[in-house]
Design a protein around this ligand. Structure first.
Ligand code: NAG
Ligand code: NAG
Ligand code: NAG
Length: 400
């Protein structure tokens, strides 16, 4: 274990210091560090990603089932709707790309999907806990995390039956051994908090059910482990109190707005959730001895875009780029149309240059913001343990 623990400083240095400095230090230590270096610099070569989540990482699931996200969604990259609530790519797209993998097909999308390098079970408006309301009543999806897991559960055996038919089928499904070598990614929880807020619960009432939400999250991760999953990459939840939709729709006193323009009470609940999630991750590391679990502080990466927009190249941190006007230009009608004298008129229009805006449609980030979030997290600066994305299969620094 001694030589392994030496790898930690190397990897941290890689992200914060110049390569020359690292090389200089390593040359002077070369003899003792040689075996460690080989290990530390070995990329994980994940053959696949299986993702679970909500709209922050939905690449077409909700659209396949409930109708496409309309233009101008997708305009900045896909030149048309691509099942994403964004003008372009999501953080999960940048993750897949940086691991040398294609964009993930949504599991629920039966048109043209290719699961050879993974599948995406995330759908927009999903919560961890099943909601007791329909999508129509409350706007929250019936495809909660437990349902996403049910979809996943049958996928390893069923995909192999299909794969064994050979030909094109072999190229559309993952290999049997990929399931234990894949990266399992999670970005979910924001809607569990939002559901309480939009059902008029107090922040104290929402906090009171957070432990139940986290317990359900924990049992799903354990189930995936029992199915053979070993490498987990878990995003915490973003600053929900900075979303234009929340700011415009929920009660916020002027005294509760911070310097960045965000609603402190809602952000406090998000941080309360994140604190609990981090504890769950610590418990999971103890309970799942063969797992390598990375906790990623998406909250801080996103909040930094909103509190220091200039530093990240943004001009507009709080207003939504695509909407229908008002102080926050919010309201989730991005791409919405109404009929006036028999003619369709677009009411939810995108801003001129989405690359200068952090928020896309009131609830989701622009591609430019997603890219900045990804750029901040990829080297491990926002991770626990602080390991670069391509190294997160190595378990050695997980001890706490
Ligand atoms: C839905 O109802 C069940 C049974 O009453 C309850 O246990 C569960 O907590 C409810 N779910 C939510 C999200 O309120
Ligand atoms: C599925 O995607 C993989 C990786 O991009 C590719 O090699 C393969 O040809 C694709 N399968 C089909 C049938 O297009
Ligand atoms: C929450 O309160 C608002 C304002 O009092 C009301 O319009 C809305 O219907 C309530 N929502 C729910 C889900 O009870």
């Amino acid at each position: 274990m001694f030589s392994l623990s030496l790898c930690v400083p190397y990897m941290i240095m890689e992200s914060h210091f110049s390569k020359t400095l690292v090389v200089a230090i390593l040359v002077s230590l070369s003899v003792s560090l040689a075996p460690c270096l080989v290990l530390a610099s070995t990329s994980c070569k994940f053959p696949a990603i299986f993702n679970f989540g909500d709209s922050n990482s939905d690449t077409g699931g909700f659209s396949a089932v409930f109708g496409q996200a309309r233009p101008p969604h997708g305009e900045s990259y896909f030149h048309g709707p691509a099942g994403r609530y964004c003008d372009g790519r999501l953080v999960i797209d940048f993750i897949a790309n940086s691991l040398g993998l294609p964009f993930l097909s949504a599991y629920l999308d039966s048109v043209g999907s290719n699961f050879s390098h993974g599948a995406n079970f995330a759908t927009a408006a999903s919560t961890i806990r099943p909601q007791n309301t329909t999508l129509h009543q409350s706007g929250f999806s019936p495809i909660s995390l437990d349902v996403q897991y049910d979809e996943f559960y049958d996928f390893p055996p069923r995909s192999q039956i299909v794969r064994s038919q050979g030909g094109v089928f072999e190229q559309l499904m993952p290999k049997a051994e990929d399931f234990s070598r894949a990266l399992y990614t999670f970005d979910i929880g924001q809607n569990d908090l939002a559901a309480g807020f939009f059902f008029n619960m107090s922040t104290a009432q929402v906090k009171a059910y957070v432990p139940d939400v986290l317990n359900q999250f924990k049992s799903i991760v354990k189930n995936v482990y029992d199915q053979g999953g070993r490498y987990f990459w878990i995003h915490n939840t973003g600053p929900v109190g900075c979303l234009p939709y929340v700011l415009a729709r929920l009660p916020v006193l002027a005294s509760q707005v911070d310097k960045a323009g965000c609603a402190t009470p809602y952000n406090e609940v998000a941080q309360f959730f994140n604190h609990g999630l981090k504890e769950v991750v610590v418990q999971l590391r103890e309970e799942l001895p063969l797992a390598a679990i990375t906790y990623v502080d998406i909250y801080s990466a996103k909040y930094s875009l909103i509190s220091q927009p200039k530093k990240h190249g943004f001009e507009q941190p709080i207003r939504a780029c695509c909407g229908q006007g008002g102080k926050y230009n919010n309201n989730l009608h991005c791409g919405g149309k109404i009929k006036v004298h028999g003619r369709e008129i677009l009411v939810g229009k995108a801003c001129q240059d989405p690359s200068l805006w952090v928020n896309w449609d009131g609830f989701h980030y622009t591609q430019a913001a997603n890219k900045r979030v990804f750029d901040q997290i990829v080297d491990g600066s926002f991770s626990d343990p602080p390991v670069p994305l391509k190294m997160v299969c190595h378990r050695q620094q997980q001890a706490h």
